[in-house]
Design a protein around this ligand. Structure first.
Ligand code: SF4
Ligand code: SF4
Length: 527
């Protein structure tokens, strides 16, 4: 497992503490103590004072609960007040006699538009922040921006470092197209009034003395959804965000914070409702032990049944293969895969590309619908390393909750369950290695190509894998609306390495890929 940085440690520690209080049934009474308990002995102060650290921990807890904290704070009400509101909300939701009846296609556009939070609108209208008004519960969008935690990092720029030798050649000065670089007291100096951030000076310096200082969140966001405002503080535009989770993983100050579904999941477990866990292929590859021990651990947590999503992935591959063959036979230039919800969100905003995305549901959605058909009253929980699945789950009737591997890890720690010490259960023998391979990049296309082979179609397929979305790869994809790609089948995964590289994974993607291959080969050795 990779070493956790301090920001990740804090996030996971909060999840463990929440899980502990939820399983003990004392969340409402004890949540207010968390910021104090955490900052007791051994806490390395992060901000100006311990009170500021505690205030930020409090905001993180509110965001984890799903309350709107962007640009807001309620300095009056205790966390217990909000925990009470949330627990009432989830208890009603979990106990509701809701019987899954039919498959309802989500209206993606409407969902995305409606999820644009009132916070952003208030920000645009420049409304003054009321520090005493109660915060609103917003569980429509699973990513919250803790604006108070944002460092308001200075805009991306080039900076001269101590390594500058003031050399005779001075290529930084002679090469600058805007005369922004000069030599002042024997060292290069950049006039930011003139600098256009082209980076030529950095490229030509023989000592690598000029470095680029990025704004980490803006740098990694592939769609420009997170941006610094006039106040320097970054905010997320929900209408543009594709929930790839790259900002969540890369902001060194941990300003973006995901919302947790642990509240509803533990409530369902405690209410003794039938709770079924759906383990994504990438989830099976997170713990350095035999994959058969994880379902055992989940049963110990209290899940009544544990389902491998890989079974649905096998079915997705077959349906998608059929769909692709039919669409290509009618002359369509290419078809892109649909299992990555972050990519599907991105494609929905690219003119001329959305129509090329496969209509086959993702393995999570297909698997949940199958589970609900058999168990209409069950509470279905998907578990994977993905942030966008939280939103996909909100839009799909068959999915009741989505927790990440980090949330599952927190639950295991809170309940003192060691996966490696659990009994090893046999894995489902009918699932192919192709279905299990969905968790890593190229896995989906191999599975679909294999299924196409089995159809014995005349159609010739050239495939291509986009391994991780970036602004560059999205620009390339956008061009396909005019100039079709050479490949007829395109697999797109928002995370590098595929789902095993998801933003809420706990194992290093390389380790996880090895574990996934072991899991895929457990029953059927052909991959
Ligand atoms: S990386 Fe972005 S969100 Fe994080 S502190 Fe800097 S400006 Fe704020
Ligand atoms: S989740 Fe992804 S798309 Fe959304 S703001 Fe963060 S980096 Fe951008």
């Amino acid at each position: 497992m990779p070493r956790e940085d301090n920001r990740t440690k804090i996030r996971r520690d909060l999840l463990v503490r929440i899980a502990r209080l939820l399983t003990n049934g004392t969340i409402e009474e004890e949540i207010d103590a968390i910021p104090f308990d955490m900052t007791n002995e051994g806490w390395e102060q992060v901000r100006c004072c311990i009170q500021h650290d505690r205030a930020l921990l409090r905001l993180r807890l509110l965001a984890l609960m799903g309350f709107e904290v962007e640009g807001k704070e309620d300095v009056v009400r205790p966390l217990g007040y909000y925990a009470h509101i949330l627990m009432e909300h989830v208890s009603n939701m979990v106990s509701r006699e809701h019987v899954f009846s039919q498959v309802k296609e989500p209206e993606a556009k409407t969902e995305i538009e409606s999820s644009h939070s009132s916070v952003s609108l208030e920000r645009e209208a420049n409304v003054a922040v009321d520090l005493t008004a109660p915060l609103k519960l917003n569980d429509r969008f699973p990513l919250h921006m803790i604006t108070e935690a944002c460092n308001a990092c200075e805009g991306a720029r080039f900076m001269v470092t101590e390594a500058c030798q003031g050399c005779v050649a001075r290529p930084c000065k002679t090469g600058c197209p805007k005369d922004a670089t000069s030599i002042v007291r024997g060292r290069a100096y950049i006039d930011y009034e003139k600098c256009i951030n082209c980076g030529l000076c950095a490229r030509v310096c023989p000592f690598h003395a000029i470095v680029r200082i990025p704004v980490p969140c803006e740098e990694v966001c592939p769609v420009g959804a997170i941006k610094k405002g006039k106040d320097g503080v970054a905010r997320i535009d929900h209408r543009t965000c594709i929930l790839c989770g790259k900002c969540l993983k890369n902001c060194p100050f941990g300003a973006p914070q995901e919302q947790s579904d642990l509240f509803s999941v533990v409530t369902a477990l405690r209410m003794k409702r039938k709770v079924i866990a759906m383990l994504a292929p990438a989830a099976m590859a997170q713990f350095p032990t035999s994959p058969g021990r994880l379902p055992s651990a989940l049963r110990r947590i209290g899940f009544d049944e544990v389902v491998e999503v890989a079974a649905a992935a096998d079915r997705v591959a077959k349906e998608e293969a059929q769909e692709i063959v039919e669409r290509l036979s009618t002359g369509e230039a290419f078809v892109a895969t649909s299992c990555c919800p972050s990519w599907v969100r991105a494609a929905s905003r690219l003119d001329g590309i959305a129509d090329h995305v496969s209509h086959t549901p993702s393995p999570m959605v297909m698997g949940a619908r199958l589970v609900k058909e058999e168990n209409p009253n069950a509470f279905v929980v998907f578990i994977g390393p993905c942030l966008a699945k939280k939103q996909e789950g909100k839009e799909e009737e068959a999915v009741d909750a989505v927790i990440t591997i980090e949330e599952l890890g927190a639950l295991l720690v809170a309940m003192e369950i060691e996966v490696g010490e659990e009994e090893e259960l046999p894995l489902e023998e009918t699932i192919s290695s192709y279905g299990r391979g969905f968790g890593a990049s190229s896995g989906v296309s191999y599975a679909v190509l294999h299924a196409i082979d089995e159809l014995e179609s005349e159609i010739k397929i050239e495939h291509r894998v986009i391994d991780g979305l970036s602004s560059d790869s999205l620009k390339e994809i956008a061009r396909w609306s005019i100039d079709s790609p050479e490949s007829t089948l395109v697999e797109v995964m928002a995370c590098e390495g595929g789902c095993v590289g998801g933003p809420c994974a706990i194992a290093h993607p390389k380790t996880s890929k090895k574990l996934l291959m072991k899991y895929a080969g457990e029953v059927n050795k052909q991959v």
